[in-house]
Design a protein around this ligand. Structure first.
Ligand SMILES: [Zn+2]
Length: 271
């Protein structure tokens, strides 16, 4: 009898984990801070040395702050924790990008780190460990999650668990999947905000995407890896990145550029 009850309870629990979280909306009196028309977040993945050597200093010099999603097994992360601490002391976010960077059905991933073979408990333990390690570096207790390979599901295809329900245990928000769309404050999923890749893009294309988002009062989250040739197989050219941050700095009154944790908390305080 007890085991039947337990099985039924587990089935309900599992069923919930297979669903995405519902979208929410800000209130009708919502306004971006200080009269801004919309928002942008610049996110940089994989904890590579280029980020603390060049990217974070360039952002700081322009008066901007970004989000750095570092998986803590990255050698550039583990060997340079003092440099990463200095980055976070300048107000940049150090986001969680797991420990081992598991992905789903990615050609570059081994079976050991394929999210199709992960369980709920294993993923959660990895997230908790990554959060603890990141906390040792930046002393923060709140950060967002940057989905590895933009994947949003774990477990086998026929019995998938949505990461959104799990991320809700540890984070105020998660970047979620690559949908190349901005976040609409009137209807957004805080654990699958959505992001647009800026790797390999020209400044003029990114500028058009920002203007389009801002004209509708939306928030565009870019994902990048390296900045400049030779920094990573995925990268944005240095000159295009330079032009982007100079333009965002010049337009700071109109476009609010801030880390994902800061913008998401602003939205969540407005729902
Ligand atoms: Zn990554």
């Amino acid at each position: 009898m007890i085991s039947i009850f337990r099985r039924a309870k587990k089935a309900i629990h599992d069923h919930r984990l297979r669903r995405q979280v519902p979208s929410v909306s800000v209130g009708t009196d919502f306004a971006w801070p200080a009269g801004a028309a919309g928002a942008v977040s610049l996110t940089y993945d994989d904890g590579i040395a280029n980020h603390f050597q060049h990217v974070a200093p360039a952002l700081s010099a322009a008066g901007l702050r970004g989000t750095f999603y570092a998986h803590v097994m990255s050698e550039d992360f583990r060997n340079n924790t003092d440099s990463w601490r200095a980055v976070t002391a300048r107000g940049h976010e150090l986001g969680n990008h797991t420990v081992f960077h598991p992905c789903r059905a990615n050609p570059g991933i081994t079976r050991d780190f394929d999210l199709r073979g992960y369980t709920e408990k294993r993923w959660c333990a990895e997230i908790e460990l990554a959060n603890w390690i990141l906390g040792q570096v930046d002393n923060q207790t709140e950060r967002t999650f940057g989905n590895t390979c933009w994947d949003n599901w774990l477990g086998p295809d026929e019995n998938r668990i949505c990461l959104e329900q799990l991320a809700a245990r540890y984070f105020p928000a998660a970047r979620g999947e690559r949908n190349d769309l901005p976040v609409n404050p009137r209807s957004f999923n805080r654990y699958n905000l959505g992001t647009r890749s800026a790797d390999g893009e020209k400044f003029s294309t990114l500028q058009d995407a920002i203007e389009s988002a801002v004209s509708r009062g939306e928030w565009l989250i870019f994902t990048m890896h390296g900045v400049g040739q030779g920094t990573n197989s995925l990268f944005i050219a240095d000159a295009e990145h330079r032009a982007l941050i100079d333009w965002l700095a010049a337009n700071r009154q109109r476009i609010w550029t801030a880390p994902v944790v800061e913008v998401s908390k602003y939205l969540l305080n407005s729902i």
